[in-house]
Design a protein around this ligand. Structure first.
Ligand code: NAD
Length: 491
């Protein structure tokens, strides 16, 4: 049995408890969850807890996503999950539990506040206090990959307008609602003009609705470098999935506090809260792990479900414990007066409930419960078929390929350009260009002539009958006359 219900736990006599699914996880998960729940209970959190098993034991029991159907039932019911870390098994046929949860529950935003607690916890950048809002479902993490030739594999980068819009709207609403002054968008739209270009455009559109906030677009490479060297210049950072994954780790590293960092995964109808760190198998079962990351995630969760008073009591007591120098071993430093284990740390926090920190400023909320407003209606753009990119596997030269293509039956479309790895190699390619066996051949109707889908069918029919190995195609469309495809480099 993987679901235990203890609805009486953590209940408060005067208010309806909030249904919550709790998963202890693997490694240090059970001990930091015990510590966290003890503090929440002592602080008067009004929660009706259903406990589920996740992770290694469930993978071993044959549940390929690390969750049993009963556990899914609980999460679907409560739509609120406080999760310990899990050990990710290596091997085929095993799905990442985190990815499964994010996608199944529509948790579109991964929110990571990163803060330094100097001088009580040593930090290279003492004034760092930022939030990273990372897109959680799209981008290269859609996991759509193909091998198409002997030499080339590909991964599709998907960025959608609605997916981007709800993320960026969330980031601005969070910034405005939590006293922030600036939102930085990290993208690489000087190279990926359509995908990252859309992300940037939506950022500009939403930014215009928040004139009181500074909106700062920044190319991801310089953004990551500045985050590593001058993190205090950032406030809220919003970015697509892959960049967000990388900059979250940079930020956690420069703050120097892997054991202190919380994380929230926010969806329209569900939310999941956890620590940033993993299951730390090297210290599991020793009662030395720092429970702060999970406890601070639980503080965000309490705010999220409208128990802000309890959240503040816990956050204040935790900050007083840190100020008093009662520390777990991982953050031990010059300000430490007493090194304690996991459960003793929780007891120290409980002893300080009701106290207010003297030095550390209160944490600003890192999540916000906003209805994600539907995007303003946009008139559909006129979509016109203007050609096709046909990808061919070929080991000869570009000129020989062009001759072979032009010798195929006439379908009313003209070969306009051939590229290899995005670089134009025909007509007038450079002999120095290194070529693989993966060629993109662009066909378009002659100027002023329309393209219709049957022309594409005839073209492909002719190419295949001529023995040319077509490996994939991409239709070319214009939207309100604007090309919806990248031009070839050198075109
Ligand atoms: P890790 O975060 O578990 O550990 C990295 C280092 O930090 C270790 O030395 C560990 O002892 C220390 N550490 C981590 N949390 C700590 C804490 N609360 N207190 C004190 N020290 C702490 O990273 P890892 O070793 O790369 O990963 C271990 C496992 O966790 C892997 O299977 C990984 O896939 C998984 N993981 C899970 C999650 C998650 O469930 N959200 C996140 C990251 C990693």
């Amino acid at each position: 049995m993987t679901v235990q219900t203890r609805p009486q736990a953590l209940s408060h006599p005067t208010a309806e408890p909030v249904p919550l699914t709790v998963a202890r996880g693997d490694g240090i998960g059970p001990e930091i969850m015990d510590a966290t729940l003890a503090v929440l209970e002592a602080a008067g959190a009004r929660l009706a807890i259903e406990e589920i098993a996740i992770g290694e034991s469930q993978y071993r029991a044959g549940h390929s996503s690390g969750l049993s159907p009963e556990a899914w039932g609980s999460i679907r019911r409560t739509r609120l999950l406080l999760k310990g870390p899990i050990t990710t098994p290596q091997g085929k046929g095993v799905k990442s539990l985190n990815v499964t949860l994010r996608k199944a529950l529509g948790l579109f935003a991964n929110v990571r506040p990163v803060r330094a607690y100097a001088p009580f916890v040593a930090a290279a950048h003492p004034s760092i206090d930022l939030i990273i809002v990372r897109e959680n479902e799209e981008d290269l993490y859609a996991g759509i990959e193909h091998r198409q030739t002997q030499d080339v594999v590909q991964c599709l980068k998907l960025i959608s307008r609605p997916g981007t819009e709800r993320l960026i709207r969330y980031a601005f609403a969070l910034a405005a609602g939590s006293g922030r002054r600036k939102v930085t968008c990290m993208i690489k739209d000087n190279i990926m003009k359509l995908t990252d270009g859309l992300f940037h455009r939506v950022f500009d559109e939403v930014a215009a609705e928040y004139p009181e906030l500074e909106a700062e677009p920044m190319i991801i490479d310089i953004g990551a470098a500045r985050l590593a060297t001058r993190p205090e210049r950032f406030d809220v950072i919003v970015c697509p999935n892959l960049y967000g994954d990388i900059v979250s780790d940079i930020a956690a590293e420069v703050a120097g506090s892997v054991g202190l960092a919380p994380s929230a995964n926010i969806g329209e109808r569900a939310a999941m809260f956890e620590a940033v760190h993993g299951s730390a198998p090297d210290i599991a079962g020793q009662d030395i792990a720092n429970p702060s990351g999970l406890l601070l995630a639980a503080v965000e969760m309490l705010r999220h479900v409208g128990q802000g008073e309890v959240a503040r009591r816990v956050a204040d007591a935790w900050a007083v414990t840190i100020e008093d120098g009662v520390h777990t071993a991982d953050i031990c430093g010059p300000a430490t007066r007493l090194v304690v284990g996991t459960q003793a740390f929780a007891r120290a926090v409980i002893d300080r409930l009701g106290s207010v920190p003297k030095h550390l400023p209160p944490a600003r909320p890192a999540t916000i419960h906003v209805p994600v407003l539907p995007a303003p209606p946009r008139p559909p753009e006129a979509k016109t078929l203007v050609g096709i990119d046909v990808f061919i596997e070929w080991t000869g030269s570009a000129d020989a390929l062009a001759r072979a293509l032009q010798a195929c039956p006439d379908a009313g479309l003209v070969l306009t350009v051939i590229t290899n790895r995005g670089v134009k190699v025909w007509p007038e390619g450079l002999p120095e260009t290194f070529c693989t066996d993966h060629w993109r051949c662009r066909f378009q109707a002659p100027p002023g002539k329309p393209t219709n889908p049957m022309m594409l069918v005839h073209l492909l029919h002719g190419l295949v009958r001529s023995g040319l190995p077509v490996i994939k195609t991409e239709h070319l469309y214009a939207f309100d006359g604007v090309p919806g495809y990248a031009l070839a480099q050198g075109q």
